[in-house]
Design a binder for this molecule. Structure first.
Ligand SMILES: *[C@@H]1O[C@H](CO)[C@@H](O)[C@H](O)[C@H]1NC(C)=O
Ligand SMILES: *[C@@H]1O[C@H](CO)[C@@H](O)[C@H](O)[C@H]1NC(C)=O
Ligand SMILES: *[C@@H]1O[C@H](CO)[C@@H](O)[C@H](O)[C@H]1NC(C)=O
Ligand SMILES: *[C@@H]1O[C@H](CO)[C@@H](O)[C@H](O)[C@H]1NC(C)=O
Ligand SMILES: *[C@@H]1O[C@H](CO)[C@@H](O)[C@H](O)[C@H]1NC(C)=O
Ligand SMILES: *[C@@H]1O[C@H](CO)[C@@H](O)[C@H](O)[C@H]1NC(C)=O
Ligand SMILES: *[C@@H]1O[C@H](CO)[C@@H](O)[C@H](O)[C@H]1NC(C)=O
Ligand SMILES: *[C@@H]1O[C@H](CO)[C@@H](O)[C@H](O)[C@H]1NC(C)=O
Ligand SMILES: *[C@@H]1O[C@H](CO)[C@@H](O)[C@H](O)[C@H]1NC(C)=O
Ligand SMILES: *[C@@H]1O[C@H](CO)[C@@H](O)[C@H](O)[C@H]1NC(C)=O
Ligand SMILES: *[C@@H]1O[C@H](CO)[C@@H](O)[C@H](O)[C@H]1NC(C)=O
Length: 529
């Protein structure tokens, strides 16, 4: 069936007439018979061949034909992890990329797999379910989340908990690489990983616990201090849970529009976007109602609403030691995204409460209102930290192996405070390379702060015009394979409103400045400074 010559190129695919090393056609249906993965505790389940356009993931079709392989990895006492591997039978460039999970996972992230398959970088693409099934752990609020009072069995199996954020990707990677070798007849030359949110945590886990598996890692909006992220969700919910302290959408939109008025022009362009919120000295107290009873018109904040907003900007603190921050707060310009889920407590109910009830206290009647913001923080840290956090700031092994890493964070992320990424990258830089080294001088880890960026793409309804797709994989491939650091910036495109707008993303502490000429909606008109 697939008798075309199979072409490999060292660099850019130059058309049919290009001469390059050629290999015999991989045979998808034969793979199931010829491949044994028992050395990796893995069984190949099935293979399916998809011609171009035959695989439809959320409306996106595959631009290259591929062989899909499903396999099951056994691990722990009696556990298994299912993964899918997509092997393009043209345009493969000896590159492997593994895709991480979101939320509590239990499902394969096909959307991100499709994005990487289609991005012309010649990847074989793998993605797994993180070692448990969402269908066994769902609580009716969608895949990858829990609900108060609902039993989630994976939290009671230590192997499954560790697999979820620490080991899921390392469990599937050796078997995926072996399958790739069988299929194409050659070893993978370069291995990459991309994940966001919980997948960002999985990225830090790879660098910390499995530093020799990947040449390049992208950790977006990383949830790698998962325990304390849970505290930030709980904190925000507890500070907005009364009629007086709740922050309705109208109030949040009002705050964000005032913040934009105050901060937008600091970067030289009036584009309803704040390039660097840290450069803005907006004081939310300036929005206080002169008299609380005027608030109903949503053009000022009552004392209670002001306290609630300040609590969210500050992030959780230990109440037995008032100045100890437990996690950074959300940033200026992110406010419109707070409405759902923070202020309705949905985020806390989907993640913090289920984690406390199932993993930490193992008591489904546990009442999160009784959480003690002192001693219980220590209990959470000791119970769950070793199983789910990946916050070691010494990533020397990964760096010494030549590993490169890009961390990205959305300045308008309403879920995971972007300042966490910055603080953590600063700490990693210091502890891995040396005291006097700045983020800018870091030779293995770059931070990209996305102006107006939400949680893993868009997410703030007041920023429909902000590009929500980022060229991070292309930048990482260039860095790993040619040594060029992404210093001139990274292209972003694809705003939710469908506009043809592109912007330049820069590696922190650089920010994009408009060159004072050219289209403000073209990334080429900006320079990183
Ligand atoms: C692919 O492998 C299958 C099963 O081994 C075999 O029946 C088929 O003829 C092979 N196809 C090609 C084109 O070699
Ligand atoms: C396969 O599983 C066995 C038994 O659990 C374990 O000892 C071994 O290390 C595993 N092998 C690999 C390659 O993971
Ligand atoms: C292959 O296995 C996966 C995982 O068990 C399953 O979801 C899928 O339906 C199977 N596909 C075929 C064609 O049997
Ligand atoms: C792909 O799936 C979407 C639903 O996710 C559907 O609306 C669309 O028509 C499908 N496209 C094709 C070409 O089948
Ligand atoms: C192992 O897992 C299977 C499938 O979930 C289950 O049927 C079986 O009872 C488990 N065995 C043990 C010893 O836990
Ligand atoms: C909050 O407001 C709603 C509707 O205005 C009201 O029904 C409810 O009793 C109030 N709750 C409290 C605790 O005041
Ligand atoms: C913020 O504004 C309030 C009220 O206008 C004022 O009391 C406070 O000192 C200001 N804070 C800062 C840091 O400027
Ligand atoms: C709305 O609030 C603003 C700010 O406090 C106040 O100046 C204005 O008079 C209020 N308007 C109404 C209709 O209450
Ligand atoms: C906490 O911060 C306040 C004001 O920022 C300061 O006055 C106080 O001394 C600090 N307390 C401790 C224990 O550091
Ligand atoms: C579970 O939590 C409830 C509510 O806090 C408490 O009354 C009960 O004693 C707890 N059960 C156990 C076994 O700790
Ligand atoms: C980081 O870890 C390496 C070993 O992996 C060790 O040699 C080095 O001393 C550590 N650096 C610091 C600052 O702890």
């Amino acid at each position: 069936m697939h008798t075309r010559l199979y072409l490999f190129f060292a660099g850019i695919v130059a058309g049919n007439s290009a001469t390059a090393a050629s290999y015999s056609t991989p045979n998808c249906s034969a793979l199931a018979q010829t491949t044994s993965l028992s050395a990796y505790n893995t069984s190949l389940l099935n293979t399916t061949y998809y011609p171009t356009g035959a695989l439809n993931v959320s409306g996106t079709l595959n631009k290259v034909s591929l062989c899909e392989v499903y396999a099951s990895v056994s691990y722990g006492t009696n556990d298994s992890l299912i993964f899918a591997l997509w092997l393009p039978d043209t345009q493969y460039l000896s590159r492997f990329i593994a895709i991480g999970n979101g939320g509590e996972a239990g499902v394969i992230n096909y959307d991100d797999m499709m994005e990487e398959l289609n991005n012309n970088l010649g990847f074989a693409v793998a993605g797994g379910n993180a070692g448990h099934l969402a269908s066994d752990n769902d609580a009716g609020v969608g895949p990858g989340a829990g609900s108060p009072g609902v039993y989630q069995p994976f939290f009671y199996d230590e192997d499954q908990v560790k697999a979820w954020l620490h080991n899921a990707i390392s469990l599937l990677t050796p078997a995926a690489k072996a399958t790739i070798k069988d299929f194409y007849g050659n070893e993978v030359e370069h291995s990459y990983y991309r994940g966001c949110s919980s997948g960002g945590a999985q990225g830090f886990s790879l660098a910390e616990f499995h530093p020799d598996l990947f040449d390049g890692i992208i950790a977006g909006c990383p949830a790698n201090w998962f325990t304390h992220l849970m505290l930030s969700f709980l904190w925000n919910a507890q500070h907005t849970n009364t009629n007086e302290t709740s922050l309705p959408a109208t109030v949040l939109d009002f705050i964000q529009s005032r913040v934009l008025e105050a901060c937008d022009d600091l970067d030289g362009v009036s584009d309803n976007l704040i390039e660097n919120p840290l450069a803005c000295s907006f004081n939310v107290s300036s929005l206080a109602c002169v008299k609380d009873d005027l608030v109903k018109n949503s053009t000022c904040l009552t004392t209670s609403q002001l306290s609630a907003a300040k609590a969210i900007y500050n992030g959780p603190i230990r109440l037995d030691s008032p100045n100890t921050s437990l996690f950074p707060g959300l940033s200026l310009g992110s406010e419109a995204g707070w409405f759902l889920p923070q202020c309705s407590a949905a985020l806390s109910n989907a993640f913090s409460v289920p984690l406390l009830q199932n993993l930490v206290y193992q008591n489904l009647s546990y009442d999160p209102v009784t959480f003690n913001w002192g001693s219980d923080v220590d209990y959470l840290d000791s119970r769950a930290g070793p199983l789910i956090d990946a916050i070691n700031t010494n990533l020397s092994s990964f760096r010494n192996n030549g590993g490169k890493m890009i961390v990205s964070a959305g300045w308008a992320d309403p879920n995971i405070a972007p300042m966490w990424s910055m603080q953590h990258v600063e700490a990693v830089t210091k502890n891995t390379i040396g005291d006097g080294i700045t983020i800018e001088e870091n030779d293995f880890l770059k931070l990209v702060m996305v102006p107006g960026g939400g949680h893993c793409g868009s997410g703030n309804a007041m920023y429909p015009y902000v590009p929500a797709r980022y060229g991070l994989s292309a930048a990482l491939v260039a860095w790993v394979e040619t040594g060029h650091e992404p210093l001139r910036g990274i292209k972003s495109w694809g705003p939710p409103n469908g506009d043809d707008r592109t912007r330049r993303l820069c590696t922190w502490p650089q920010v994009a400045r408009w060159d004072a000429e050219g289209d403000v909606d073209d990334w080429e008109s900006y320079t990183c400074r």
